[in-house]
Ligand binder design. Structure first.
Ligand SMILES: [Zn+2]
Length: 353
């Protein structure tokens, strides 16, 4: 499979994130991707390429998934942050105040001029630092997702967008969970626009793919399925329950399979089979897999117990769907093992097709 590598990913390198009242070193670090790359060097799965997507094409694709005011916010966020106080150039951007319109009655219809307030309008947590290179890194990552979708539209069985920051928590107009642009949603939309009438997204990250769900929640043409830690105890907490089935035209086109913290591979695999059956029942002709490896037993911020060898089985099962498949690199914070686990999955997939 062709692998589209985000050569700009190092430009997004957060120093610290807020975790329960203290600043801690970021979990989502450039070394994650470097480990995948190193493992691909040892066990090549296909050609490594740079995406060839022009700026105009990229901008048009971003506008298919994200709101214009949000894209504008991201484009100027760093400059706006430094303009607030030149000393900010030494600090990553993090929100610290939120409007919570659904509960507190605060208004969001009048865009605030103060950048600290705008940050709270668009960001949903204080754990997702943004810095000078974030916009460039995220854009290049989106280009990788589009290139991978293009490869599949051109007839390839599969392609992989090897990029960070990840994307599945980013919604139409919000960032969070280390995500800024939703690479999986961009790939799914590109597959739709390229002629696939029904596309499925099967998110295997430990955390619910809330951004992707929100983007497609009222649409009948994109099925979103997510297997994840139960949001009653696991991040992102406020979405990802089993009774979220889609709305309006999208009623029935969203499937959440939350599992309790501590779930091992045997039970996880049952959920995967349920997910794959839903993809088949939906009649999808193409599949996008937001590939999170934080279901690994050694992950420092997650709670499932998949082992490295299990990822080959996961890849094999995904190949069993028999669909052209785009993979996007998402979570996985056991940094030393993330490369082995990612390549195990790709290798399992490759062996089964
Ligand atoms: Zn995750």
């Amino acid at each position: 499979m062709k692998i589209f590598l985000n050569a700009d990913h190092h430009r997004h390198a957060g120093r610290q994130e807020m975790f329960r009242g203290r600043m801690v070193p970021c979990h989502e670090v450039p070394a994650r991707l470097d480990h995948v790359l190193a493992e691909l060097g040892r066990r090549p799965q296909g050609e490594l390429l740079s995406p060839a997507i022009g700026d105009a094409t990229l901008d048009a694709a971003l506008a298919r998934v994200h709101r214009p005011d949000y894209l504008q916010f991201l484009a100027t966020a760093w400059a706006d942050w430094v303009a607030m106080d030149p000393a900010n150039a030494e600090r990553d951007v993090l929100p610290s105040v939120w409007p919570l319109p659904s509960r507190h009655g605060f208004r969001t219809d009048t865009p605030p001029a103060n950048f600290a307030a705008r940050l709270g309008l668009y960001g949903f947590d204080a754990g997702s630092p943004l810095m000078a290179g974030t916009w460039a890194a995220a854009r290049s990552g989106a280009a990788c997702a589009l290139a991978a979708a293009g490869e599949v539209l051109g007839g390839a069985r599969s392609a992989f967008a090897l990029t960070r920051p990840p994307g599945h928590h980013a919604g139409p107009d919000f960032f969070g969970g280390y995500c800024f642009l939703n690479n999986a949603a961009l790939a799914a939309q590109a597959l739709r626009d390229g002629g696939h009438h029904r596309v499925a997204v099967l998110d295997v990250d430990y955390h619910h793919g809330n951004g992707t769900q929100t983007i497609f929640y009222e649409r009948a043409d994109v099925l979103t399925v997510s297997i994840h830690g139960d949001p009653r105890t696991e991040y992102p907490f406020f979405l990802g329950h089993a009774d979220e089935r889609g709305a309006g035209a999208g009623e029935g086109a969203n499937l959440n399979l939350p599992l309790p913290r501590g779930t091992g591979f045997t039970d996880w695999r049952v959920a995967l089979d349920t997910a794959l059956q839903a993809v088949t029942n939906f009649g999808a002709s193409a599949l996008v897999v937001p590939m999170g490896l934080d279901t690994f037993e050694g992950d420092p911020i997650s709670g499932f117990h998949l082992r490295s060898a299990d990822y080959a089985t996961v890849g094999q099962a995904l190949a069993g769907a028999g669909l052209p498949t785009v993979f996007t690199f998402e979570g996985g914070y056991a940094v030393a093992e993330v490369g082995i686990n990612a390549v195990n999955l790709l290798e399992g997939f490759g062996r089964a097709v």
